[in-house]
Design a protein around this ligand. Structure first.
Ligand code: UGA
Length: 439
């Protein structure tokens, strides 16, 4: 099938290559020339395990190409809208200008019978509005909403092997046509027996925001327990293990630490609250404000913990920060808890050196006033404290005995509860973590 993918960021670039991998003829369209240039050459504009191989492989088949010209989407049967919906400046609501712009540009190339498929995360009600627009301007073209659940770091796997497919469909014959086309696009995935949920637009839009809100709530729940553990001397890691054995609760997404960041969870819960307010249902989501608060308090607590281990003052203290990306296996620093803490420490007088296996370049652009290092050893040279704020494998695998030779003081703060506490304390380190007793 001929497919266009509008927007070649994280979601769109991976989706385009994955659709080509499934056998379709795909064109990815984006206004960003540098991005298109890079993707066309098989170079990934962001760090994502497995993506470069997929990109090279699918470009080589001739089934995948990229363009900055919207005209390139003409002739495709299905058009995926994969542009971003960032938080509006100064308010909680989502900024829909890119989704609206992409849909309007598509109107110029759509033919009756074409299917426009929204994948971006949007406030409930957006799809219905866009469907009216499409129908008015190109009668016979149809709109469906098909949210995406990929995680950064697992984007290729999540796109090619999703745990469910959600189709938000219009009523009647148009809905039938849209379902048939989506089934054809995802034939390989559907035939594998992947669960499929067919809904109206509003439910499909809400599935995505509800899923991200649940995940954020789960993380803030365990981080609230961490606060209580700090007050009582209990251990949040063991607590999470113990409650996680109950499969109604589950152990996944119960890792206490510095909390959630990134380009999705924080802005999605805020946009959800804003939309609920517009709909007169704000009370239903006031708990998300607390989820956000708990999450933000962890960053403040981390700075306090650093001050505490440094003897009550951060002034002039040399602090090594291991990790800048919002999560491992990513170079994404959007709302990164690690960078946020690093910047706060620096602003409060510490001398901060940050390292990350993939995100140093992005971090330097955003926080040029921080000092950066290539390796953890370089970052930790003569450090008064080492903070592990993103749980990259390289940091979990550090040998505390060897690593201890470069620092001035063997003090480690495990912001992600990811290190082997026993090994670090046995090597003479003072070990501190959020929600756990000092080791
Ligand atoms: C999230 C969702 O997990 C995806 O399903 C969704 O498709 C995506 O947003 C999106 O909306 O596009 P992602 O932002 O890649 O994916 O990252 P997550 O793996 O959800 O992690 C988010 C943050 O939570 C990270 O900062 C991570 O360190 C933190 N986290 C995660 C914890 O603090 N504790 C945990 O137990 C798990």
């Amino acid at each position: 099938m001929k497919i266009s993918v509008i927007g070649c960021g994280y979601l769109g670039a991976v989706h385009a290559a994955s659709m080509a991998e499934l056998g379709h003829e795909v064109v990815g369209v984006d206004v960003d020339e540098r991005k298109i240039d890079s993707l066309s050459k098989g170079a990934t504009p962001f760090h994502e395990p497995g993506f470069e191989e997929l990109l090279e492989r699918t470009l080589a088949t001739g089934r995948l190409r990229f363009s900055t010209d919207f005209e390139a989407a003409r002739g495709s049967k299905v058009h995926f809208v994969c542009v971003g919906t960032p938080q509006k400046r100064g308010e909680y609501a989502a900024d829909l200008r890119y989704v609206e712009g992409a849909t309007e540009s598509l109107l110029g190339v759509l033919e009756p019978g074409d299917l426009v498929v929204g994948k971006s995360t949007v406030p409930v009600g957006t799809a219905a509005r866009l469907a009216t627009l499409v129908d008015e301007k190109v009668p016979g073209a149809i709109l469906a909403w098909n949210p995406e659940f990929l995680r950064e770091g697992f984007a290729v796997q999540d796109t090619l092997h999703p745990d469910r497919l959600v189709y938000g469909l219009p009523a009647g014959e148009d809905g039938e046509v849209a379902r048939r086309l989506l089934d054809e696009v995802y034939a390989v995935i559907v035939e594998r027996g992947t669960p499929k949920v067919e809904t109206d637009y509003a439910t499909a839009e809400m599935v995505k925001t509800a899923a991200n809100s649940f995940l954020a709530t789960k993380i803030s729940f365990i981080n609230a327990m961490a606060e209580l553990c700090e007050a009582t001397g209990a251990d949040v890691k063991l607590l999470a293990d113990a409650i996680g054995y109950d499969d109604r609760i589950g152990r996944k997404f119960l890792n206490a630490g510095l909390g959630f960041g990134g380009g999705c969870l924080p802005k999605d819960i805020r946009a959800f609250m804003a939309r609920a307010g517009e709909l007169g249902a704000d009370q239903a989501l006031t708990f998300l404000r607390e989820v956000d608060n708990i999450n933000m308090r962890r960053r403040i607590r981390m700075v306090e913990l650093a001050r505490e281990v440094c003897g009550g003052s951060l002034l002039g203290k040399r602090i090594a920060v291991l990790g800048a990306a919002f999560k491992p296996d990513s170079d994404d620093i959007r709302d990164s808890p690690a960078l946020n803490v690093a910047a706060q420490l620096q602003l409060q007088g510490a001398v901060v050196r940050v390292t990350d296996p993939a995100a140093v370049e992005n971090s330097r652009r955003q926080w040029p006033q921080l000092d950066y290092a290539e390796t953890p050893e370089e970052a930790a040279e003569r450090a008064d404290a080492v903070l592990v704020l993103t749980e990259w494998r390289e940091y979990r695998d550090l040998d505390p005995a060897i690593f201890g030779k470069v620092v001035a003081q063997k003090r480690v703060l495990d912001g992600r509860n990811a290190l082997d506490r026993e090994a670090w304390t046995a090597a003479g380190w003072q070990y501190r973590a959020l929600g756990r007793r000092a080791g």
